[in-house]
Ligand binder design. Structure first.
Ligand SMILES: *Cc1c(COP(=O)(O)O)cnc(C)c1O
Length: 458
């Protein structure tokens, strides 16, 4: 296709929106390792998964073969309220950096929840509703996932019970109140409303909680109630599948203008946004149709891909969830209190882990002060106030663009701008006041987390 002049913002028409999610597992020769039942350590059955998760979502979780999964009409209609998300050509940033590189970012912050998480929340709520459930339970760390899920549940008239990591519950009252505005009930975790919560409180009195612990509580709350299932905002293959809408739109928009990406960058927490963004491009790479350089960006304080091990591990502290083979720092690893709460998970999507293990992707770590410096630089030039999580990708995109300045290469760099930072102003305040510290876990700390990993062949 002939190269057309690229506008600042590329929007797709509604009619050009993807009508399918893309399942990258279908194109993988070596599939991600199966989830294991925590009781038997054997591959978990659909039946066992169905006690925790919605039926249709279990099917998607176990589906390694269907390349395209049609997006149901009702989800598509909800998507239309805030999608397609713009793909922005960062002309102003390019100019400021003086780089010959062409920089694009896919902005997922154009909805009230402020991030990409709504893409999967609405899908998961839809399938829960279809199954005739009363409600769902979940955990939230910084609050982005809980916010997205409460929006999705209120749309479909479902009850939504959110276990929010206690430190965030206390420090981030705004997100908590957004969730309640959408009708969710929010419980600080660990709480005395679940057995596992009470256990953790007994063992670690005064703890301010962790994501892994909130997951355990949410799972228990779902399985002990009729008409409830548990839903998760990242890590699982089904979530990455729903997030493929990001990549499908990005690819459609680039194709529309005859642009071929060279480098694709995203931040990696549990791996769903990055996995979703790169999915259709990775598919081309796997099928030998095109090549791309993919970069997963992690915080130096929680380097799951960069310093973790590729083994079976528990997904939660309470060890009630299925085990996944993934790059992990150990389910007992408690990362330092970084300001990118969405990237503090000890493990990583098993699909992304497998792709990384096969050498199809690079992982890079960045320090949080340099992340905030990049965030501020970006905000002043491109206008958008980015989430700290997203700013990990900004930092590496800028690094890559600066390299192009040195080599004179006109690379096309695409990165995922996953959300806005309005609720993170206390972190920005720390940065502005020079009170932010960079924490790098020592080898001993990493080794200690890894030493708690169960010994399972796989
Ligand atoms: C949750 C979150 C992330 C992390 O996403 P994963 O899909 O788990 O990697 C990144 N950015 C924002 C803004 C988030 O809210």
């Amino acid at each position: 296709m002939a190269q057309r002049e690229i506008p600042y913002k590329i929007y797709l028409e509604e009619s050009e929106m993807p009508r399918n999610w893309y399942n990258v597992r279908a194109d993988m020769t070596k599939k991600p390792a199966p989830l294991l039942d925590p009781d038997t350590c054997k591959p978990i059955t659909a039946e066992a998964l169905g006690k925790v998760f919605c039926e249709e979502l279990v099917k998607q979780e176990l589906d390694d073969t269907n390349r395209y999964i049609p997006i149901p009409e009702e989800i598509l209609n909800f998507y239309k309220m805030y999608r397609p998300a713009p793909l922005v050509r960062a002309y102003c940033l390019e100019k400021k950096l003086g780089t010959p590189a062409h920089i694009y970012y896919k902005f997922e912050g154009n909805n009230t929840s402020g991030s990409h998480k709504l893409n999967s929340a609405i899908a998961q709520a839809y399938y829960a509703k279809e199954q005739g459930l009363v409600g769902v339970t979940t955990e939230t760390g910084a609050g982005q996932w809980g916010t997205a899920l409460s929006m999705a549940c209120s749309y479909f008239g479902l009850d939504c019970k959110v276990f929010m990591v206690k430190s965030s519950y206390e420090l981030k009252p705004f997100r908590r109140e957004v969730m309640r505005t959408y009708g969710a009930s929010v419980t600080p975790s660990p709480s005395d409303t679940t057995r596992v919560g009470r256990q953790i409180l007994e063992e670690f009195p005064g703890t301010t909680g962790s994501l892994g612990c909130a997951i355990s509580e949410a799972v228990e709350a779902a399985t002990e109630r009729d008409g409830y299932r548990y839903v998760l905002g990242s890590v699982l293959s089904q979530v990455m599948l729903h997030q493929s809408v990001i990549g499908m739109e990005t690819k459609a928009a680039l194709d529309k203008y005859g642009v071929k990406a060279d480098v694709i960058i995203g931040c990696a927490g549990g791996g769903s946004n990055l996995g979703g963004l790169i999915a259709p491009f990775m598919g081309e790479k796997l099928r030998g149709e095109a090549d791309y350089h993919f970069i997963a960006v992690e915080p130096e304080s929680c380097p799951s891909l960069s310093r973790g091990k590729y083994v079976y591990d528990y997904c939660d502290t309470g060890r009630v969830c299925p085990l996944a083979k993934m790059y992990t720092l150990g389910s007992g690893f408690i990362p330092a209190a970084t300001h990118a709460g969405g990237l503090r998970y000890h493990g990583m999507s098993s699909t992304l882990s497998e792709l990384y293990d096969e050498g199809l992707m690079e992982a890079r770590t960045v320090k949080q002060t340099e992340v905030f410096a990049a965030a501020e630089y970006f905000a002043r030039i491109e206008g958008i106030l980015p989430a700290p999580e997203s700013s990990h990708a900004i930092k590496v995109a800028m690094d890559e663009a600066i390299k192009c300045k040195e080599t004179g290469e006109e690379k096309v760099i695409v990165f995922g701008l996953t959300g806005t930072g309005y609720f993170d102003m206390m972190s920005y305040e720390k940065f502005h006041d020079g009170k932010m510290i960079d924490y790098v876990p020592t080898d001993e700390e990493i080794a200690q987390g890894l030493s708690k990993i169960p010994n399972i062949e796989g």
